[in-house]
Design a protein around this ligand. Structure first.
Ligand SMILES: Cc1ncc(COP(=O)(O)O)c(C=O)c1O
Ligand SMILES: N[C@@H](CCOP(=O)(O)O)C(=O)O
Length: 467
């Protein structure tokens, strides 16, 4: 399997090199040259397999010959062995039609662990025996940061610099990052929002002087390996609900479009997906894009679902590229236009292609709180604000009653205790693995959100390339 850039001019790479590169050298994102497919029999054969075994089967065509079958299986066992639930990502039934897919049983209590526990092992495997030292630069609105730090803290060959927007993540999210004191972990609070943090990260990759001095890599969903690992749970859930003989719909609380793009990949691979519901909060660029073709970024509004406070959704580029006949030159022009004006229109082909599978919805704060109350008092499930946005959209999507609708439960409610308590009256307790979070020492720097300030800070601490 080879990987090509959405902007058409970067060299194609194998899985190992695409993983280590993170972002393509032409500013685009890596995607597989073709989607591998599973036959109905192969999907049916996933029934009854453990999560780790399912993961190995789904990921095999993507990794190609960069890992042996035994290595891949062992890495899946190790990554998912750290989850606290035997099913890794259990399904919980809410009513006749609605299910939650709980993705928050990993070490840092959010869906990011599913991919990042695996990615941490991949980096280690691909770097062992080489003299490369990776400088990972990442941006987080709260969850990617803690999951990446947990996966990489203390590992050889890697330093991680994680930018979060000062004051715009929950106190649990911040402490999950800033109380990890391993010398290779560097937390930076920037005086800006998530979009600014993400733009700074991309600017570092695109700056020749900086990117030639350090071997940069990514843990955000710009890294293809992140999405690949997220494809797995769509298969795992759908098979439990009757796939391949039955269609299943998914509702996905969405920000950077990574999680729901993994659902698109699952559908491309042959999973019978009835609909993918893209649920946003008031930062609704994706809802406007999918419902009216208008992809124009406003300013980020802070909400009680802070991990989705995103206006520029990285992975949307991967969808637009796939829907526009994979024309890298045209995609590069479209993205350059967006980068200079912060606005673009979807082409007819992109809008129609997206409409065939995606539905979108914008969920207001009142509906989010009402859904948290409904889940708590009517269905007996305490859910976090992000999950509530997905569930609110799922419940009003109007899908046929015989189609099961799975809402991705992306974070543990204890990560957002204040918002959950405000909505439901009950305050979730922190699970044992993070029970002492508020007793731990914090360490982080606070910087202006400028390229100069952030790169100067990183350059002083990162390991330069060996020449
Ligand atoms: C809890 C939670 N829900 C939903 C999302 C949105 O996911 P994505 O950015 O993949 O669209 C995020 C952040 O990525 C998150 O942390
Ligand atoms: N919500 C995310 C934002 C970054 O998304 P990613 O999937 O591209 O890493 C977060 O919690 O950091």
């Amino acid at each position: 399997m080879r990987y090509e850039s959405t902007r058409g001019t970067a060299p194609t790479l194998d899985f190992r090199d695409a993983t280590l590169a993170g972002l393509a050298s032409d500013g685009g994102l890596y995607v597989p040259e073709a989607w591998p497919t599973l036959s109905a029999n192969e999907i049916a054969a996933l029934a009854g397999l453990s999560y780790a075994e399912t993961a190995a089967r789904i990921m095999t065509p993507f990794v190609g010959d960069t890992l042996s079958a035994d290595e891949l299986r062992a890495m899946c066992e190790a990554a998912y062995g750290r989850f606290s639930h035997a099913a890794v990502t259990p399904l919980v039934q809410l009513d006749q039609q609605h299910f939650l897919l709980e993705l928050f049983h990993g070490p840092t209590l959010a869906f990011k662990d599913v991919a990042l526990q695996f990615l941490g092992l991949l980096f280690e495997r691909f770097l062992t025996g080489s003299d490369t030292h990776l400088t990972i630069v990442g941006a987080t609105s709260g969850d990617t940061g803690s999951a990446a730090i947990d996966a990489l803290a203390g590992r050889e060959h890697v330093d991680i610099f994680m930018l979060h927007p000062e004051g715009r993540v929950s106190d649990v999210q911040r402490r999950q990052m800033t109380t990890v004191l391993a010398p290779n972990v560097h937390n930076i609070a920037i005086r800006g929002d998530f979009d600014t943090a993400q733009a700074l990260v991309k600017a570092m990759f695109n700056d020749d002087a900086f990117s030639q001095r350090f071997t940069l890599s990514a843990v955000n969903s710009i890294n293809w390996a992140r999405l690949m690992a997220q494809v797995v749970y769509y298969f795992y859930a759908a098979v439990r609900l009757g796939a391949p003989d039955r269609q299943v719909a998914f509702s996905v609380p969405t920000g950077n479009f990574g999680d729901v793009f993994a659902g698109y990949v699952a559908a491309k691979m042959g999973l019978p997906v009835a609909r993918l519901i893209v649920a946003t909060n008031v930062n609704d660029i994706l809802h406007r894009a999918l419902s009216a073709g208008d992809y124009s970024a406003g300013t980020v509004t802070p909400t009680a679902a802070p991990s989705m406070d995103i206006q520029v959704s990285s992975n949307f580029e991967r969808l637009l590229y796939d829907l526009a006949a994979r024309d890298g030159g045209a995609m590069a022009d479209q993205m350059r236009g967006f980068e200079s004006t912060r606005a673009m229109r979807l082409t007819n082909a992109q809008a129609e292609g997206a409409a065939a599978l995606f539905t979108s919805d914008r969920v207001e704060p009142g509906d989010m709180s009402e859904t948290m109350r409904w889940a708590c008092h009517e269905a007996g499930q305490v859910i976090d604000p992000h999950t509530a946005i997905g569930l609110a959209a799922a419940r009003r999507a109007g899908l046929p009653a015989d189609v099961p609708v799975v809402t991705l439960a992306t974070a543990h409610p204890a990560k957002f205790r204040d918002a959950v308590e405000r909505a439901t009256g009950s305050r979730p307790t922190l699970p044992g693995r993070v029970g002492d979070l508020f007793d731990r020492e914090e360490r982080y720097a606070t910087l202006d959100a400028t390229f100069e300030a952030v790169t100067a800070y990183i350059a002083e601490r990162a390991v330069a390339k060996v020449r």
